[in-house]
Design a protein around this ligand. Structure first.
Ligand code: HEM
Length: 293
């Protein structure tokens, strides 16, 4: 029986570490992924494979494609694909550090570490602006329907796609805005998380309102704040049964439909953007049959 990686459906953990990897040696990718498949349980470590890794194996996954790029007045949405993504989840930062070293060791023949980002849960699941994130996430069966593929193809049922973007906030700029402008940027009231009835069209939740798309564009967001000596922001992570819903939202945020860009861009910017395919679990290990392993 094929199941989704359980970390996708669970609430965000207290602490996390995101690892991304570039290809090192295409000849050793299969061996490295076989080792990872045994070690990653999909709960403490959620795994996503990027096009470069699949290409090295001579495989592709229908629906996995390059991350789009957008430009607008004063902002850029970059596409920075990497070969492999691991989301380490836990309570204990020390454990996450040791587990990340272990994963780097397992993968060393085929992959080089390209990025490490430490993230955390803030309060009940807030962004560092103070706004609650995830309120409009689908729940229960609807969450599964939004995030998990139903394909009859071998090794595809139970898999997901994920969009990952690291955003860097200018929190001084955001905090200098009057409360009303902050609320109109997000489209909700920070004080009580109520949606603003009269939010401007640029408000983030107006741009991304999932029911307003045709077809409706539901995703399962599992984003977390990050911070280190270089700054702070949000690691935006959205799982989908395909990449279509995320892509429709991003397009509208960038103003590519109607020229109205998301007000988020006034205080934060994405510095990475990548898509991955998250294989299902079978017999408690990653099921890589869809890519011939
Ligand atoms: C710095 C980056 C971002 C921040 C801080 C942020 C924050 C938020 C907040 C506070 C909410 C309102 C509460 C909720 O329903 O979760 C929200 C809603 C939402 N965001 Fe974001 N978000 C970011 C980026 C994105 C991106 C890149 C997308 C997709 C392309 C996106 C898609 C959504 C969706 C679909 C909703 C729910 C809309 C609805 O149906 O009401 N967000 N976000």
């Amino acid at each position: 029986m094929s199941l989704p990686q359980p970390g996708i459906l669970e609430r965000i953990p207290r602490a996390a570490r995101y690892l991304s990897f570039d290809l090192r040696d295409g000849e050793r990718v299969a061996e490295a992924l076989r080792a990872l498949a045994k070690a990653a349980d999909g709960k403490a470590c959620v795994v996503g494979l990027g096009e470069p890794a699949l290409g090295a194996l001579g495989h592709s996954i229908e629906g996995l494609r390059p991350f789009p790029r957008y430009f607008g007045q004063g902002f850029e949405v970059p596409s920075t694909q990497t070969a492999l993504w691991c989301w380490l989840r836990g309570d204990d930062r020390g454990e996450l550090v040791l587990r990340s070293l272990e994963i780097q060791r397992l993968l060393a023949g085929g992959f080089d570490i390209a990025g490490v980002t430490d993230a955390f849960r803030y309060g009940t699941g807030r962004d560092l602006t103070g706004y609650e994130d995830g309120t409009e996430n689908p729940k229960g069966r609807k969450a599964v329907a939004a995030a998990v593929a139903e394909s009859p193809k071998t090794g595809m049922r139970g898999s997901s796609f994920v969009a990952v973007q690291q955003w860097v906030h200018d929190l001084d700029r955001f905090n200098a805005m009057p409360a009303k402008q902050q609320d109109e940027t997000i489209g909700r009231r920070k004080r009580d998380n109520k949606e603003l009835a009269d939010a401007p069209a640029s408000a983030h939740v107006k741009r991304t309102a999932q029911e307003s798309f045709h077809p409706e564009a539901f995703v399962l967001r599992r984003s977390m704040p990050w911070a280190d000596a270089s700054g702070a922001g949000f690691v935006f992570v959205a799982f989908g049964r395909s990449l279509d819903a995320f892509e429709a939202q991003l397009k509208r945020m960038a103003g590519a439909e109607d020229g109205i860009a998301d007000a988020l861009f006034t205080f934060t910017k994405p510095v990475t953007g990548a898509y991955f395919w998250c294989p299902p679990l079978r017999n408690r290990r990653l099921d890589l049959r869809a890519i011939g392993l």
